[in-house]
Design a protein around this ligand. Structure first.
Ligand code: KET
Length: 400
């Protein structure tokens, strides 16, 4: 019956995670998938989340279904975090928000919604982008194209070309953007560039779709969401997906959200209804446990403060690892440019390592980075840093 089913080639990110777990070498480092490890090389359970776990265990509530749109206090807290507590769009009740199955689920439901109500639309993603953006949109039947983004020559942004491409798109094209901590390059637009881009998006009637998976890992919880607020201020209608996988260290609980900003409450209500319909079509209703944990943290001012401090700690540790890796590599290979490590932001750095060089890092040294050359800085710690720097220097030296 299933003889015609082809083998799955595997996912470029998740298959490396599997290979890492199967690797029996003692000295190995997982810098492939976007996972934050602490100083001891463990995936942390945040103190704020641990306190919520205990509270929930005491309450021992029933495991009932959530509504299609998710848990009300979770959605409310999520909106405050993404849009800011004084957001005019929230005050005017013109944002439709659903709880989603991670950031991925938000992207997929957003894609389903766009495909149905903007049938011929195509989405434009950055070159390069998170590998799964293409897969998620194409899977929903939305055509995917790219706009110029990263310049390997300067290790900077091709902003002029990016803007020119976006300016040339037909109205109602979807433009996927990452507000901060761009995956995979770690290079973000400046506020001035955002202002210019937003003006183009507005004038040309394009549909921005912001994907925010790393809020708090760049400059701060508020700062990283600045582009979301700038779009609201510009009076643009748009979508924003957000993920709590990384900033709550709750990867497996699959918590995120999809918000659609509309011009008025009536439109927001109708959009919300159609998002609920899309959820019912795809998976009926979202999972309960993670939403309980996150709303317990965010709805308690003391726990919310503790969580924000924990996010700041993770952000600062990533920045420290960036500086340390840069220092070590500069000492090993004087004159080679490693400043990108400290100018890029968020979990990832784009190292310029080729596919075969990434293979060599993995096979010869047990250092796992993506074949695109993306390195997850959040997987470094004081114990594995020396080994990773030595391995990278060895591979880079062989190049010259
Ligand atoms: N958007 C972006 C930009 C992103 O990097 C990820 C995950 C997601 C959405 C999905 O978030 P989630 O809440 O897990 O559904 N990226 C990492 C993990 C992965 O590939 O699944 C990564 O790039 O390593």
């Amino acid at each position: 019956m299933f003889a015609h089913i082809p083998a799955y080639a595997g996912d470029p990110i998740l298959s490396l995670m599997e290979a890492y777990q199967a690797d029996s070498r003692r000295q190995k480092a997982n810098l492939s998938i976007g996972l934050y490890y602490d100083d001891d090389g463990r995936i942390p359970v945040l103190g704020s989340v641990g306190a919520a776990v205990l509270q929930l265990a005491e309450q021992h509530g029933p495991h009932t279904y959530l509504p299609m749109e998710g848990m009300a206090p979770y959605r409310h807290a999520l909106q405050q975090l993404v849009f800011g507590s004084d957001s005019p769009a929230l005050k005017e009740k013109r944002v439709a928000t659903i709880q989603s199955v991670g950031g991925s689920g938000a992207l997929r439901i957003g894609a389903e919604f766009l495909k149905l109500y903007f049938p011929g639309c195509a989405v434009w993603i950055s070159d390069p982008s998170w590998e799964n953006h293409q897969v998620l949109f194409a899977g929903a039947g939305v055509a995917v194209h790219t706009y110029p983004y990263y310049d390997p020559q300067t290790n900077g942004l091709r902003f002029g070309e990016m803007l020119a491409t976006i300016r040339g798109l037909p109205a109602r094209s979807v433009v996927l953007l990452q507000p901060s901590c761009h995956n995979p390059t770690g290079i973000d637009l400046s506020r001035e560039q955002w202002a210019e881009l937003i003006e183009v998006l507005r004038q040309h009637g394009l549909i921005p779709f912001l994907d925010m998976a790393y809020q708090g890992f760049g400059h701060g919880l508020e700062e990283d969401a600045w582009p979301v607020r700038a779009l609201v201020d510009a009076g643009v209608s748009f979508l924003v997906s957000n993920s709590f996988s990384k900033n709550f260290s709750l990867y497996g609980e699959r918590c995120g959200g999809l918000s659609v900003v509309t011009p008025n409450e009536d439109e927001a209500n109708r959009v919300l209804g159609q998002l609920k319909a899309a959820v019912r079509r795809v998976y009926s209703s979202p999972p309960l446990h993670g939403a309980r944990l996150i709303s317990t943290v965010l709805c308690d001012p003391a726990l919310a403060g503790q969580w924000a401090a924990e996010v700041a700690q993770m952000r600062e540790r990533i920045a420290r690892m960036r500086r340390s890796l840069r220092e070590r590599l500069e000492a090993s290979l004087p004159g080679a440019p490693f400043d990108y490590l400290t100018t890029q932001r968020g979990m990832f750095s784009y190292t310029g390592l080729s596919g075969p060089e990434a293979d060599c890092l993995r096979e010869a040294h047990g250092v796992y980075v993506l074949r695109s050359g993306r390195l997850c800085v959040a997987g470094l710690n004081d114990t594995n840093l020396e080994h990773v720097a030595h391995a990278m220097a060895t591979v880079l030296r062989a190049r010259c």
